[in-house]
Design a protein around this ligand. Sequence first.
Ligand code: GPU
Length: 830
Amino acid sequence: MSDMNRPGSAVGESDHIRTGLSKEQLKQAYIDNLFYLLGRFLEVATPHDSYMAAAYTVRDRMLDRWIKTARTYKASQARTVCYLSAEFLLGPHLAKNLINLGIMEVSREAGAELGLDFEAILEQEEEPGLGNGGLGRLAACYLDSLATLQIPAIGYGIRYEFGIFDQLIEDGWQVEKSDVWLRDGNPWELPRPKLRFPVRFGGHTETFQDDGRVRVRWIPDLVVEGRAYDTPILGYGVSNANLLRLWSAHAPESFDFQAFNTGDYYGAVHAKVEAETISKVLYPNDEPQAGKELRLKQQYFFASCSLQDMIRLQLGAAGTLEGFHEKFVVQLNDTHPAIAVAELMRLLIDEHRMDWEPAWEITRRTFAFTNHTLLPEALETWTVALFGRLLPRLLEIVYEINRRFLDKVRMHFLGDEARIARMSLIDEGHGRRIRMAHLATVGSFAINGVAEMHSELVKSTILKDFHDLWPERFHNVTNGVTPRRFIIVSNPRLARLLTECCGDDGWVRDMDRLRSLEPLADDVGFHEDWRRMKTAAKRDLADWLRRRVGVNVDPETLFDVQVKRIHEYKRQHLNVLHIITLYERLKAEPNRDVAPRTFVFGGKAAPGYLMAKLIIKLINSVAEVINQDPQVNDRLRVVFMPDFNVKNAQHLYPAADLSEQISMAGKEASGTGNMKFAMNGALTIGTLDGANVEIREEVGDENFFLFGHTAEQLQRLQAEGYRPWEICNDRFELRSALDLIASGLFSHGDKELFRPLVENLLYQDPFMVLADYELYLDRQTEVSHAWRDPKHWNRMSILNVARMGKFSSDRSIRDYCERIWRVRPVPAEL
Ligand code: GPU
């Protein structure tokens, strides 16, 4: 090894083996890493070795930027955004980092010259699936935009040893397999073994005198240590690289020697196991609330570690905690980290000997809270009993926050006892529970929803009383997704076309520039390019489905896609009812002229959510019958893509013609898949729900297939006494579709299998599938007609892409910076 290669030699020179970006340097660095980090050489390297060496080669180039960014931020003394989230659904790093570094093409060439199969290397990466769905993926998009916009930011979360389960489909049913993403090593993270903080659980509290003041001491019965693992997050086309810091739980010492020496070997190891369980596995429920003790432990664990880390940084820089809120703003990603409000109070008061008032002043000026759901069953509460047993000191603090808060409420709404009970942090009605959304709201200077409609509903429903009290604290920040992953990485053909049309790649950082595509919407030559691009993506998907799922689909057909978590409110079963109706129409009238379609579904069901699992089984069962029926299978195909995750999703967005966003109006806070599809040129069939409303506003009513009752209409229907079975009486095709499921046609004659699903729809239908069925079918008929006119369809598709600029996560992050965080860019230079 030459001097230059040795650690410690100056970095930052453009000719350096660890930093240089030329093809020759990349090749040399790759071989060097293969040799020194993996103990291999080209001729014997496995695809996984190649992936690791490539990843280290890329990481080296990021570290350089990361260190310089940290220095720049430190010197600037700017405010840092801390994004606290129980989930970060990052997706594969390698391709994304190559893009953000601007070395995708040169790396591809370097790989080719070394005789490497570049695609196979990218394929090697295990998905870091530290999230369930929308909320976790949003956090990942926001990290990308924060770095790209050069905002000093840290993502804080949990380094789960097992992420979201892998989904297998066996006999049409979902089967869960644990996700061992760390098994072959994670080249993107840097362990920080010296960066560790204690986190207490259980035990009791006592008071003591200190300088004439009464203070509280918490004597826990378990102390867990949080250790930091850092992952650099590089911005696109800039030198800024931010930090994602994830906490892993450990026992402070591996053995309790006292117990060990007295012969209690198992007892001694027990504490270690108990501690390490905390970061073992991600809870696989999106929109959760199971009330599990371990979940509360996870929440407190990462909130506490993150705050202790911020305090360390603040004391290191300023030597005092005064002005903490000027140096840090903490965004709570839903209520999962809301316990941080009470924990910051505890740290300031108990550990740093502050008085209540100044501590509260700092706390409520530090936090901001994003709500991501209105579903009543997803609003987190913890029983006082569990909370007090696990976190006795935090319960005292929550009570004190509540006492002072309710005094204010009492004064503001003189004598309105009902309101006081509704607003209390403690729900006295359901066995005494702590309402985490109320804690987050009371402890935050800003509260926001994730789409216009959702933010309005937050103000008028779940947090209405708080909006009456503090209207100025309520905001909207509509979600967005990053075009780096969801256009450039996923859909390179579209990216190239957009760059050609815009004259340069400026659209990647300023998606509003795609408006310059609008004049091309009627250009015959451009239509040809558009068609070619789309068809190529559809061929790729068809190949992938053949290889990976073993099904054949025809790229000439309309690709109609619904991928997202399986949930009744998202109404995958409404989509299935449409398919069954088409099937029946074709069976009754074999020569009927219908636009040939391929229906693609994908998504995981929470393992304990039986109805969602039955919906998966229904989709697969309908697929089995239809795909094998020669009378229709040239015009209808149904595919369930197993294990929907970020990696697999990237094959879908570019190939979709129609995006299904058919949730019950008022239930989907925003949705973000709707954005990913539309910015890749799919047309949307959707309800007036979440961000669909704004997408339609942007792309134009005439380029969007709207259907369904509004949230208000549905509410009225429900208030009047909704009787779904009556709808069937006058809708012959609906009745018939439900009967067909019940008849056993899709279950080898078994009439029982789908009975719970059919009866639920007929007699409860909590998400009002039947109420929207006819409107949905009518709209789908229009979709089919539109598909028959490719010129018109392409025009709509082009206009969708041209007008989706608002839904770049860069816009969302700018909104947060201006409306909530009050932070500015701090550019890092190489
Ligand atoms: N969402 Br709360 C999740 O994915 N998980 C959750 O625990 C909660 C909300 C989703 C919403 O369902 C979806 O509408 C939204 O687009 C997304 O969060 C990001 O805001």
